[in-house]
Write a protein that binds this ligand. Sequence first.
Ligand SMILES: [Mg+2]
Length: 447
Amino acid sequence: MYSRSSARVLHVDGDTFFASCEVALDASLSGRPVWVGGGRNGNGIVIAANREAKRFGIATGMACFEAQRACPHGVLARPQYDEYRRLSQAMFRILEEYAPTMAPMSIDEGFLDLTTMDRHVWRHTSATEYVNGLRERIRREVGLPVSAGLGNSPWMAKLATSAAKPGFLEVPPEGEAEFLKDRPLSELCGVGKRRERALAALGARTFGDVARLPSAVLKQRFGIWGQQLWLFANGRWTEPVVLEVKARTTISSNTTLPHDEPDYGAALVFACSELARMVGQLRRERLQAREVGLGIRFTDFTETGARHRFDHAQCRNSIFNTALEGLFDEAMAGAWKPVRQIRLCLWNLKPLDTQPTLWGGTDEERWGAVDEAMERLEGKFGTGTVMTGAQLALRRLDAAHESPKSKCPFAPAREMAKNLWGTDRDPLSRKADWERKLAQVAAHHHG
Ligand SMILES: [Mg+2]
């Protein structure tokens, strides 16, 4: 049994992830050298190569034509990021079943907290059996090979994984200093070249060297990090998996209109719909905002703007809409130049602590429930199904808005991308594709 004070952290990492995904997607590639890369004319660089390809000296960063020369019968695969994301999700869904706490770190890497597993789960099995079972399941169900390392902190687990690759390695409790003794400090991420040089100046190239230095020297030279490093090198740094909850401080949006908009009514309609989307996000994240800001950039790059602070944090569409109309009037007073860019920001955020229901006790809660129901309707029937009073009034005022295609071509960009791909992350990375799909959708609409 492990000592009570020691955390047990498992690090799991996909082997040559993108290249392995290609093999998982196309079984005929199994056992063949595969690398992923490209560029428009096949003149790009290799971004991942599987083990079979590495035997031919193919490495990440190498030019694709060089790789082809080194291994003429190998397979160059063009990256399919949507597929990689899908496989990554499938992998993390399995990982989740193996520990109460799982923290993904990147598309193919995550930490699982296995502390106390020895007492509750591993009575009839061992850590090695448990982890190899997990690896085998990912291999069988998702088709991906993963390596893993188990240690008393995320740092240790990560080093164990790189020592194990491909495979699994446990650094046993009390065996940490021994495991680290001859490993170079450069293996630890976060060391960096500058620190590495400074440590070398103290005569330390391996963790064993660090362990032998007086801790005061490291503390004096590197502060808290130095002290941590010393404890780590001696196997005394234990740390559980901590789920990092990034506290959001703002929700913002910045849209450059595809054409210069001389019609301020149309610009305000756009700003309102964009703000409604942001308020939706605010509510989904169970937050409310106390301040809202509007920034406008004109065609000649001059700017104007206004901000408003509420007495209390808000989460209601109607309140934000009214405030935005006021801000817009204030910012645009006397302006005449066409609008180029619109920025919106919600900040001074705090958690929405009540769970709003339709039968909530306060007005605030009832309005919250109305907004939420509206969001659900929009989720089901599409944006624009439900309009707040302010939006409706604007739409009525703005007669030109009756033909929204010509008037509001800029609003749907992000939503379109979402509808097409189910994601709004970096839609421009596939701009050409996206424009083609958009044209198809538009043609379909007209036809
Ligand atoms: Mg990896």
